[in-house]
Design a protein around this ligand. Structure first.
Ligand code: HAM
Length: 418
C-alpha cells in the first residue's frame, strides 16, 4: 500500500470546508484592500531562490526540493515572494501600474524535519505590495495581517516588530555583532558557530537557550540604524499606534532571508508546537526587484502558514464526509428512476445540493445511506407518487414526512433550509 510522503498531508472532505472558509475570508479581506490575486508556478529555476533568499539562508542551504532535468535545475517553490517579484518583472507589471498590490495562496515546499506545525508541503496565504518605499504601506500591511487573524477568529497572538535598517546599517550591525560575539564563540551552539562565519544575523534568532542567554547579554537596542531608517521606523510605529494595533519591539528579530531590509515583523502564537511560534511573518524587501533585474521599487509583504492558522484557531476539522443540507433522492422502479434523474437535475440547477443512489438499492438500504450521509431531506419517488405528481419528502431533522408536489419541491426545500 502506498503512503503519503512524510511531511505532506491529505486534506479530506470535512477539512476542505474549513480551508475554503479561510480562503474565502482572506480573499474578501484582500479584495477590500484592493489586492488582486496572482498565481505563479510551483516550479521555478533554482537560481531565483539562491539569488533572492541568499546562498546562506537555511532554506537555500538545506530545504529546497530540487528537480534536475537535462541541464536545468528547478526548485519546488519554498516561498512566494521571489516568484512574485520574478512575475512582476517578467510581465512588466511595473510599466502597467507602477504600484501593485497582489495576494496569493497555495502550496510551498521545504525539506524540513516534519513535526506538528512543520510540514514539507505547507500552504501560504500572503500578499505583496510592490512599488512604494513609504512607511504608510508598511503599517497598512501589518494592520491587514492583524485584521486577517481577527477575521479568522484567532486570538492570543502577539506581533514582534523590528527594523533592520538599510544595507549599510545591516553591514554595521554585522561588524558590531562579530566584534561582540568573537569572544563567546565557544559558548555558541554548533549551528551558531557556523552562522557566525556565514550569516551572523541569524545567531540572533537561535532558539538554543545558551545562545539566547548570550544574545540577551548583548543588550541590542537597534541603535545602529541611520537617521533615515529610524525616521521610517518611527513613522510605521506611529501609524500602528494611531490604529490601536499593539506590537512588541524585538531588536533580535532578523528573519532568515537576505532580501529583507527596514521593517520586519512576525505574528507569534504559543500553540503551534515545540519548535516554532510563527503564525506568519513578513517585511520590506526594497532591493529585491532591482536585484532580480527590475526597476527600483520598494516592496513589502507577508505570508501566513495556513496549517498553523488552523492549529491556532482551534478550528476542528470535521472528518465526516457529509454535505450540509443534502437532499437525497430515492427512486423505486424504472419509471421513477428516469423521473428521479430529472428531479436531481432540477434541484441541482436551482442551487440545491442533491444526490441519489446509483445501485438500485432497496428503500431500506437507500434510507441507510441517506442516514450515513446525514442528508437533511429524503425525497422518495415511486410509481404511486409519480402518478400523483408528488414526492414523499422526509425531513430528517424531525422525521416528519409529507407529500410535496414535484413542481413545488425546490421552493419547499429552499424555504425550509433558511
Ligand atoms: P516565512 O517566515 O519563511 O516567510 O514563512 C511564513 C510562514 O509560513 C511562517 O511564519 C509559518 O507560519 C509558515 N511556514 C514556514 N515553513 C513552514 C513549514 N515547514 N510548515 C508549516 N508552515 C510553515 C516567507 O516565506 C516570506 N516569503 C514572507 C514574506 C512575504 N515576506 C515578505 N513577503
Amino acid at each position: 500500500m502506498f503512503k503519503r510522503v512524510p511531511g505532506t498531508r491529505d486534506i479530506l472532505p470535512g477539512e476542505t470546508e474549513c480551508w475554503q472558509n479561510i480562503e474565502n475570508i482572506s480573499r474578501s479581506l484582500f479584495t477590500r484592500h484592493n489586492y488582486r490575486e496572482i498565481r505563479t508556478p510551483l516550479l521555478e529555476d533554482e537560481p531565483l531562490f539562491n539569488r533572492s533568499l541568499g546562498e546562506t539562508a537555511e532554506i537555500v542551504q538545506k530545504q529546497m526540493f530540487l528537480i534536475k532535468r537535462e541541464h536545468d535545475v528547478y526548485a519546488l517553490r519554498p516561498e512566494g515572494t521571489a516568484s512574485i517579484v520574478r512575475a512582476y518583472i517578467e510581465n512588466n507589471l511595473d510599466k502597467q501600474q507602477g504600484f501593485v498590490k497582489l495576494y496569493y495562496m497555495g502550496p510551498m515546499f521545504r525539506a524540513e524535519r516534519p513535526q506538528k506545525g512543520r510540514l514539507r508541503q505547507f500552504h501560504h496565504i500572503g500578499c505583496e505590495a510592490i512599488g512604494s518605499y513609504g512607511p504608510g504601506i508598511d503599517a497598512e500591511v501589518i494592520v491587514l495581517a492583524d485584521s486577517l487573524l481577527k477575521a479568522l477568529g484567532i486570538s492570543g497572538y502577539r506581533i514582534a516588530l523590528n527594523s533592520l535598517g538599510c544595507v549599510s546599517d545591516q553591514q554595521a550591525f554585522r561588524v558590531f555583532l562579530k566584534d561582540k560575539l568573537s569572544g563567546r564563540l565557544n559558548d555558541l551552539c554548533a549551528d551558531c558557530k557556523d552562522r557566525f562565519g556565514r550569516n551572523i544575523l541569524r545567531v540572533l534568532d537561535c532558539k538554543n537557550d545558551s545562545c539566547r542567554h548570550i544574545i540577551r547579554e548583548l543588550n541590542i537596542s537597534g541603535s545602529s540604524r541611520c537617521a533615515e531608517c529610524e525616521s521610517h521606523f518611527s513613522s510605521v510605529r506611529r501609524s500602528l499606534d494611531a490604529l490601536g494595533v499593539s506590537y512588541e519591539i524585538s531588536p533580535n528579530l532578523v528573519r532568515g532571508l537576505d532580501y529583507y531590509n527596514r521593517t520586519v515583523f512576525e505574528f507569534k502564537h504559543d500553540g503551534l508546537g515545540p519548535q516554532q511560534d510563527a503564525l506568519g511573518a513578513g517585511g520590506r524587501y526594497d532591493g529585491l526587484v532591482k536585484q532580480l533585474g527590475g526597476p527600483d521599487a520598494g516592496a513589502i509583504g507577508f505570508a501566513f502558514g495556513v496549517e498553523r492558522l488552523i492549529l491556532a484557531s482551534g478550528l476542528k476539522a470535521e472528518t465526516e464526509m457529509v454535505q450540509p443540507g443534502l437532499v437525497y433522492v430515492i427512486t423505486l422502479g424504472d419509471r421513477a428512476r428516469a423521473a428521479g434523474v430529472k428531479l436531481l437535475a432540477d434541484l441541482r440547477g436551482a442551487g440545491v445540493t442533491a444526490d441519489t443512489d446509483y445501485e438500485g438499492k432497496s428503500l431500506k438500504a437507500a434510507m441507510r445511506t441517506a442516514n450515513d450521509l446525514k442528508a437533511r431531506f429524503v425525497a422518495i419517488l415511486g410509481d404511486d407518487e409519480l402518478k400523483e405528481g408528488v414526492v414523499a419528502l422526509k425531513d430528517m431533522s424531525n422525521s416528519s414526512q409529507e407529500k410535496v408536489r414535484i413542481s413545488e419541491l425546490t421552493d419547499k426545500i429552499k424555504g425550509s433550509s433558511k
